[in-house]
Design a protein around this ligand. Structure first.
Ligand SMILES: [Zn+2]
Ligand SMILES: [Zn+2]
Length: 142
């Protein structure tokens, strides 16, 4: 979905959209860096110097509640946000915190989990951890 479609859907549900909120959504849709709220704040502030971190957080919560973005939380690190709400996987660097998409349908795992446990499986979460190629190079140089 693009920003226009999302805005139209939310307007139908009675959600008010300011230009700041729209800029937050557009940034999330065009980036694949899985930014933190602070990253989003820095980007939007360049265009709208008056924007507050509070606006960033309540817009993120609203978009998340309506299922348009994902929040990825990693223990004590700040949450990352993803403008792609479709099911996909992430590979996370344990050194620098970089998050990279990994697309591969693993739907059979849900079937297998159902067969083995007798549950009706509604969804799943999976994450890969490791050291990204840049951090590996840095390691090698040190
Ligand atoms: Zn790294
Ligand atoms: Zn992602």
């Amino acid at each position: 979905m693009d920003a226009i479609q999302i805005l139209r859907q939310l307007k139908d549900k009675g959600v008010r959209f300011t230009p700041q909120r729209q800029a937050i959504l557009e940034f999330l849709l065009r980036t694949n860096i899985h930014p933190t709220a602070e990253d989003i704040y820095q980007d939007v502030k360049a265009k709208f110097p008056g924007v507050s971190l509070g606006t960033i957080y309540n817009t993120l919560n609203m978009l998340k509640e309506h299922g348009h973005i994902l929040e990825l939380s990693y223990g004590d690190m700040s949450s990352r946000f993803d403008g792609n709400a479709q099911n996909h996987y992430h590979v996370v660097c344990s050194y620098c915190g970089k998050v990279v998409d990994f697309h591969r349908p693993l739907i059979r795992l849900e079937e297998e989990a159902e067969q083995r446990t007798g549950f009706q499986v509604m969804g799943h979460r999976m994450e890969f951890y490791g050291i990204c190629s840049e951090c590996r190079k840095r390691e090698y140089l040190n």
